[in-house]
Design a protein around this ligand. Structure first.
Ligand code: SF4
Length: 63
């Protein structure tokens, strides 16, 4: 799977980074950045949790 950040929606609160720190980090200007593309299979469950937890609905899955 792949996961994409909608930068128009991201507000940099880092929920995704806290849930899946091996997949997301914050950029210098505090937007979420995907650092493992595609997402490793063993990280997929955490990424699904991050997608569900994002309060701005800024994350979307692409298969
Ligand atoms: S949880 Fe959503 S709004 Fe917060 S940093 Fe991650 S993508 Fe951006």
């Amino acid at each position: 799977m792949r996961v994409v950040v909608n930068l128009d929606r991201c507000e940099g609160n880092a929920f995704c980074v806290n849930i899946a720190p091996e997949v997301f980090e914050l950029s210098y200007d505090e937007y979420a950045v995907v650092i493992t593309d595609p997402v490793p299979v063993e990280q997929e469950t955490l990424v699904e949790q991050a997608i569900a937890a994002c309060p701005r609905a800024a994350l979307s899955r692409e298969d």
